[in-house]
Design a protein around this ligand. Sequence first.
Ligand code: FES
Length: 196
Amino acid sequence: MADQAIAGNDSAATVVTKGDGTDAGVRRRDFINIAAISAAGVGGVAVIVPLVSQMSASKDVLAESSTEVDVSALEEGQAIKAVFRKQPLFVRKLTPQEIAQANGVSLSALRDPETLAERTLEGHTNMLVTMGVCTHLGCVPLGAGEGENRGEYGGYFCPCHGSHYDTAGRIRKGPAPTNLVVPEYTFPSDTLIRIG
Ligand code: FES
C-alpha cells in the first residue's frame, strides 16, 4: 500500500503520494472530496469575516486565491497532487533524465511549442507546476500518483480520450489542443511553492 498524507487549510489541501506503486492514485472523486473540504473551510471564513471587518475583504480574497505546497519531502520522479482554486494541481520534481527528455524535443515537433525553461522558473527547472486538468475536456490526467500510467511520453496521460503529455506537461498526442496550464507561482523558499 502506498503511504498518503493529506494536509490542508482553509484554502488548500495537499496530497503527497509515496509508495510502492500499487496505489491506483487520487482521481477525480478524491479531488472533489478535497475541494469540498476546502470549500467548506472557505465558506466558514466567508460567514465570519463580514462580522469582523468589512475592510479586510481584499486581503481575504487574496488568501483564498493562493495555495502553498511544501515540497521538502518530494523526491525526484515524484509528484504532489494539490488543489488550487478548487481545481487539481500537480507539482512534479523531474529527474535529470526527464529534464533531458523534455529538452531533447524540437519545438517544431510540438503542437503547442514551449520549452521546459519557459514552463518553469529560473533556478527551478526541475520543478514542474501545472494544473491537473486535461486541456481537452477537463478530466484529471494520470501520472502524478505513484505507479500511474504516464502515457507514451513519460509525463501525464488522460484516459478519457487518450491525450498524452510529456515530461514538461506538453501535449504530444491525442485530442487535447494545448499544454497543461502552468499557473502563476513563486518560491518563497527552496522548499515552498506559492501558487496564485
Ligand atoms: S478530457 Fe482528456 S483527452 Fe479528453
